[in-house]
Design a protein around this ligand. Sequence first.
Ligand code: PEP
Ligand code: CO
Length: 442
Amino acid sequence: MPSYDDEDALRNTEKQLELLPPLVFAGEARALEARLAKAVAGKEFVLQGGDCAESFAHYDADRIRDLLKVMLEMAVILTFSAACPVIKIGRVAGQFAKPRSSPNELYKGKEIPSYRGDSINDISPKIESRRANPERMIQAYHQSSGTLNLLRAFTQGGFADLHKVHRWTHQFVHGSQAHTAYRALAERIAESLAFMEACGVTSNSVAQMRETDFYTSHEALLLNYEECLTRKDSLTQDFYDCSAHMLWLGERTRAHDGAHAQFLRGVENPLGVKCGPSATTDQILMLLDTLNPHNRAGRVTLIIRMGADKIKKTFPQLLKNITREGRKVLWICDPMHGNTRQTKNGYKTRDFKTIMREIETFFAIHSAEGTWPGGVHLEMTGDAVTECLGGARQLVEANLQDRYHTHCDPRLNAEQALETGFLIADLLAKHQKSALYKKAIR
Ligand code: PEP
Ligand code: CO
């Protein structure tokens, strides 16, 4: 949590935020929870993705559309290849506050306060810019509102119609392996749609063919902001944090008696919890007791982010223990945050192969246990950035400087994300055929 030096300004901003309309409706959060409950039962799969940190500087319609496009493409790959409905959740429309390991950082030999995300301070490396400014919360709110509005328009207004499956591709991906594979898949979808149309099933008659649900999520880190957007639902009289459909606790804020968990236990939204390699069974059980005392399926998603090597050592036992305790949780894999490294020339990066290896291991551990690998959580963008190494274009360290735009962690670009989609689709289809899975789903 930042410390604000002007208490009056903070209070004044909080008062303004409290009066602004909620960004989401409680009924939507409940609908998401119901779908997540289906995923707990092995019947749906989560695709959660977006920026590590949204920024005020990179706020434009094309970026929002391009993230949506790549998520729609990935979802269609998964749905078609594995015949599994995909729950699409953006790390978007509110992902503005970042946890930092240290309150200060060194810049050209001088110590300055760390950048904490655009809802708190400014990224430019000057002492004055790094001051926590409460008014930035208002700007974050309005950007979230504009972003969500466009996402709603696209997903409900015809852009997500399955007949447009060819049009979701990005120009810069054309000619790539992933794009060729996607085009082939889109052809097959088009054929299936034509067949269904001949049978009388059209976009006009079936809403699911012309529109889709897209949910929003972010880390509930800046409690000033989250509290101000928390409202009582007039239908149920329950409290919801109406800044997003789903909120998550980060690896650094998941203590069951910490402020963040204590805040989230009081709201009814579906919740995520990041679990790094140091997460113990006892910690997670205490946290589940706090957040989900009635063991409601869909309420808690555990987001495993252990790293491609450490996951082998630490995850199997945690999975066994929590399953043995009968806890209804959804397990999803964040293959990004345990695999960050620094290059010699100072870029934070991640290797595509290592990311894939963590996803594969996550699936293998679930196959061995007969449990459901319920989804993935990715830092990704629809842009042609050069932030993660590898992928079909084999980006190397020298390429990072070309388009390294992230305000925090390195993201998969649209092409790498598409490749990831194909890999996950294969893993998912294989998993569904495994004997243990068939037994569990019965
Ligand atoms: C993040 O998701 O950007 C993040 C900081 O994750 P974690 O809390 O898992 O480190
Ligand atoms: Co991150």
